[in-house]
Ligand binder design. Structure first.
Ligand SMILES: *Cc1c(COP(=O)(O)O)cnc(C)c1O
Length: 396
């Protein structure tokens, strides 16, 4: 059998490669941070990590992780409900709830699992999930695993959401699901308007704060801070793999009874291992730091404002953004690849995105700004974009 299957896979892989869609991994030989070294030897400045607060190599987090490694061991060898819960896990859940102003939190191995295990335990055939068309793959998969009726509205389109809510009025329960920040454009979901529509049409709201937590709102508490909805949205999900240190781990936080039911019925929680003690301990140290100081959020916001303003000044076409994601629009797929390669030669590591990751004719380079960037990193990036942009006649 394998011979035939091997031939099949080989030709499929070749087709991916020929379509120019083959994903190669660039190897990094330093910790994740602003200035990194790649295996081929170059020193580059990283503008494509989700390391928004620059915490991936934080001495505070590393120290907390080391201490837990010594005092609490390496792994839990169990799921949470059998014998995989240390006080560290409970503490972290509590700190996440305090951070978001919610009632309780449940940890997962990843936000992919949090979203994958969210809907099926809560909703059934009589219910409706109303989902933004640009939601993350993990929300889409989570919705697929649930028997509830599915409705889809165009990205951040409130008239279309209202249409779905009207169509779903005969269902028992309704929930609107949205990303907080859409990762390809950097726009924030209009959670204020979504919440108003949810009240009008008697629905609940779920926001995935993966790209917004730590970033959006003056103190980085996410979309509910930005829109003055702290404690109001029923369900928030998020990751420890982006702003919050970048290791692993995800969570669902929100109303007490929802979290309680997830602990009883959510399959990725019941059937997958606990996060390691060192990750829980580093997470606790991280949220303690967030409670103490707003220094990193302030720096991130200043860096993003500076970068976006300078790029616009240089003549680039930048998608409206309210996050640390800056999409430099090029529209042409090939151009996005050539430009990213040339920027790498200039020591700037960014990624070009084109169809099918973004719509046809919407190719771009996505720049992700971090509190870990110093002004000189930003200036070097802007200078490289300007130089390469002129060479390729993207700007005058
Ligand atoms: C990154 C991301 C996830 C997945 O998070 P992991 O913890 O890496 O699994 C889920 N949802 C959104 C919106 C994301 O951006």
């Amino acid at each position: 059998m394998y011979k035939d299957f091997q031939n099949y896979l080989t030709s499929e892989l070749k087709a991916i490669e020929e379509a120019g869609l083959y994903k190669n991994e660039r190897i990094i030989v330093t910790p994740q941070r602003a200035a990194i070294k790649v295996k081929s030897g170059e020193d580059v400045i990283n503008f494509c990590a989700n390391n928004y607060l620059g915490l991936s190599d934080s001495p505070v987090l590393i120290e907390a992780a080391k201490k837990a490694l010594d005092e609490r061991g390496f792994g839990m060898s169990s799921v949470r409900f059998i014998c995989g819960t240390q006080d560290l896990h409970k503490e972290l859940e509590q700190k996440i709830a305090e951070f978001f102003g919610t009632e309780d939190t449940i940890l997962y191995a990843a936000c992919f699992d949090a979203n994958g295990g969210l809907f099926e335990p809560l909703l059934g055939e009589q219910d409706a999930i109303i989902s933004d068309a640009l939601n993350h793959a993990s929300i889409i998969d989570g919705v697929r695993l649930c028997k509830a009726q599915r409705f889809r509205y165009a990205n951040a389109d409130m008239a279309d959401l209202e249409r779905c809510l009207k169509e779903a009025q005969s269902c028992r329960f309704r929930i609107i699901a949205t990303d907080g920040v859409f990762s390809m454009d950097g726009n924030v979901a209009p959670v204020d308007e979504i919440y108003k529509l949810a009240e009008k049409y008697n629905a609940m709201v779920m926001v995935d704060e993966s790209h917004s937590a730590g970033v959006v709102g003056k103190t980085g508490r996410g979309t509910t801070e930005l829109y003055n909805l702290r404690g109001k949205v029923e369900i928030l999900t998020g990751t420890l793999g982006k702003s919050f240190g970048g290791a692993v781990g995800g969570f669902t936080t929100g109303k007490r009874e929802i979290i309680a039911m997830l602990r009883q019925r959510s399959r990725p929680y019941l059937f997958s291992n606990s996060i390691p003690p060192m990750v829980a301990a580093a997470g606790c140290a991280m949220f303690d730091m967030m409670a103490r100081t707003n220094e990193l959020q302030d720096k991130l916001h200043a860096n993003t404002d500076y970068f976006v303003a300078k790029m616009k000044e240089a003549g680039f076409d930048i998608k409206p953004t309210q996050s640390a994601i800056c999409a430099v629009m090029l529209y042409d797929a090939k151009l996005s690849q050539i430009m990213a390669a040339k920027l790498l030669e200039e020591g700037i590591y960014v990624t070009g995105f084109y169809y099918p990751v973004v719509p046809k004719g919407q190719a771009r380079i996505r720049v992700q700004v971090s509190a870990g960037h110093q002004r000189e990193h930003l200036d070097k990036c802007i200078a490289a974009f300007t130089k390469v942009g002129k060479e390729l006649e993207v700007i005058k």
